[in-house]
Design a protein around this ligand. Structure first.
Ligand code: NAD
Length: 496
């Protein structure tokens, strides 16, 4: 059994790494490692054990202003650096990530808590964006125009937007940074990252590797500390020309309002509340495997998590029973425990939200078919839980639980499951399981979601556009489109 300590002792993080220099307790500011002006620090803890991992500088608005000014100064040379050379530096960064993949995964387990296998997967996913944009750097093309006016030439140039701010969440501490930063750097923009308060060490290890890869000073910085001070400055500063945020819809709305004063480009990857629609023509095993992966990846702390599992009445009872059995069999534990599938949640408030959603659903008539009790590990561990007969009156039907609690809803032939799936302010991803082509076509056309997965769960990767509609966000990451978020068009009409 895990021991969850109440008074944090310090874990020796460096001793767990093959390259201890990847554990950095300072911020990376325009090519130099630094502390806060006033020496203030924030404690970082391991969510599995409650033990302290170390500290990071608590930087604020004034330090951020200076970093942005230095990044802006570096912009002139970085935008003129040949795209092929930017690509070469990105490639070295990617190769260093691969060389140090195991250390990066270990750091992630220590500060985020996810199982080691998931952390290894995230490092590969994260490195994939750098690999992709290293090649894409040289393909930021000028578009041709056929003139509609006499005696002139017309061109449209695609130019880097300027300093880009990246604000990222704790559930994917590496991939949410590389998905943004690799695209912006490839486009010729300097980048200032503000990683999540809870998971700075993955970001600082990426900074150490970026330093070794040879990015010029000022083109890449990672500032740790006060979210309101740092992010407030990034939003207000006119030299920041684009801000790319991944996190909750609630904070995204605030940042959109704060960024409005300086009319910058804002990309938003926000919350999700994915429907998973299962018809009765799919083998039960395949349906359960798919739904388990879609619900419980990242311990349910995933914007792509299948939060509303709609199951056709003809297979409902069989599915509920099999899904409950599979859920009870999930291995909960510290991310380093062999075979661990579900780690701890990130905060007390996340644990409280899971329990509140379960209590509310049970009070309104849901049926508890797995879990539901406090997990014996205590601390931030929650027992994987399944609720059947969930209805729209329950909080879990409307809100992201962001934890290992599954909600199953039956539907009948006469029900409009498409309308049920679209009945949400979110629109990130939807899952459809059926072999009927007509149904697939109708659902794919009708689903108000940025991404649709049909008879499969894993669909993301660097070459494809990731993003949502409605209140799940604005813009796309990954693919060529992700690069375009960090460029502006300049139309030139010349008579010479
Ligand atoms: P969050 O919105 O609380 O925090 C995101 C980032 O913003 C963190 O760096 C945080 O420190 C910072 N922040 C928080 N409050 C702030 C404030 N008032 N001003 C400025 N910055 C502030 O989100 P989270 O809890 O870290 O992550 C979970 C959320 O992220 C979920 O809603 C999830 O769906 C979403 N998410 C979306 C995607 C996607 O690609 N669409 C991916 C991962 C997570």
């Amino acid at each position: 059994m895990l021991a969850v300590s109440t008074t944090p002792r310090t874990e020796d993080v460096a001793a767990r790494l093959r390259d201890p220099a990847l554990f950095r307790e300072q911020a990376y500011d325009c090519g130099a490692w630094r502390s806060a002006e006033d020496g203030d620090v924030r404690l970082v803890t391991n969510p599995s054990t409650g033990m302290a991992l170390g500290t990071v500088p608590a930087l604020g608005a004034a330090e951020t202003r200076a970093t942005v000014a230095a990044a802006h100064a570096a912009f002139a040379a970085w935008r003129r650096t040949l795209p092929q050379e930017r690509g070469r530096i990105l490639r070295r960064w990617h190769d260093l990530m691969q060389q140090h993949a195991e250390d990066l995964a270990v750091l992630m387990v220590l500060e985020q808590g996810k199982p080691l296998a998931e952390a290894r997967g995230e490092i590969q996913y994260a490195a994939g964006f750098i690999d992709f944009y290293a090649a894409e750097a040289a393909r930021v093309n000028v578009e041709g125009v056929t003139p509609h006016l006499p005696d002139c030439t017309m061109t449209v140039r695609r130019e880097p937007v300027g300093v880009v701010a990246c604000v990222t969440p704790w559930n994917f501490p590496s991939a949410m940074i590389t998905r943004k930063a690799a695209a912006a750097l490839a486009a010729g923009c300097p980048v200032v990252v503000r990683p999540a308060t809870e998971t700075p060490y993955s970001a600082l290890a990426l900074a150490e590797l970026a330093d070794r890869a040879g990015f010029p000073a000022g083109t890449f910085s990672v500032l740790t500390g006060d979210p309101e001070g740092i992010v407030g400055e990034l939003c207000a500063n006119p030299l920041v020309r684009a801000l790319s945020f991944t996190g909750s819809t609630e904070v995204g709305r605030k940042l959109l309002a704060q960024g409005a004063a300086t009319v910058k480009k804002m990309s938003m990857e926000l919350g999700g509340h994915a429907p998973f629609i299962l018809y009765d023509d799919v083998p039960l095993d395949e349906a359960v495997t798919g739904a388990m992966a879609a619900k419980f990846a990242t311990s349910g702390q995933d914007c792509l998590a299948a939060n509303r599992i709609y199951v056709h009445r003809r297979v409902y009872d069989a599915f509920v029973a099999a899904f409950a059995r599979a859920t009870e069999a999930l291995v909960v534990g510290d991310g380093f425990e062999p075979g661990a599938e579900i780690g701890p949640l990130m905060h007390e408030r996340a644990v409280a939200k899971c329990h509140a959603h379960v209590d509310d659903a049970l009070a309104k008539g849901a049926r508890l078919v797995a879990g539901g009790h406090a997990h014996p590990y205590g601390g931030l561990f929650v027992a994987p839980t399944v609720l059947a007969d969930v209805t729209p009156a329950m909080a879990i039907y409307r809100e992201e639980t962001f934890g290992p609690v599954a909600a199953i809803i039956p539907f009948d032939d006469g029900d409009d499951v498409l309308a049920m799936a679209n009945d949400s302010e979110y629109g990130l991803v939807a899952y459809v399981y059926t072999r009927d082509h007509g149904r697939v076509q109708r659902l794919v056309e009708g689903l108000e979601y940025g991404m649709v997965a049909v008879n499969r769960v894993k669909i993301t990767g660097a070459p494809v556009p990731f993003g949502g509609v409605k209140q799940s966000g604005l813009g796309r990451e990954g693919s060529r489109l992700g690069l375009e978020e960090f460029t502006e068009l300049k139309y030139v009409c010349a008579t010479v």
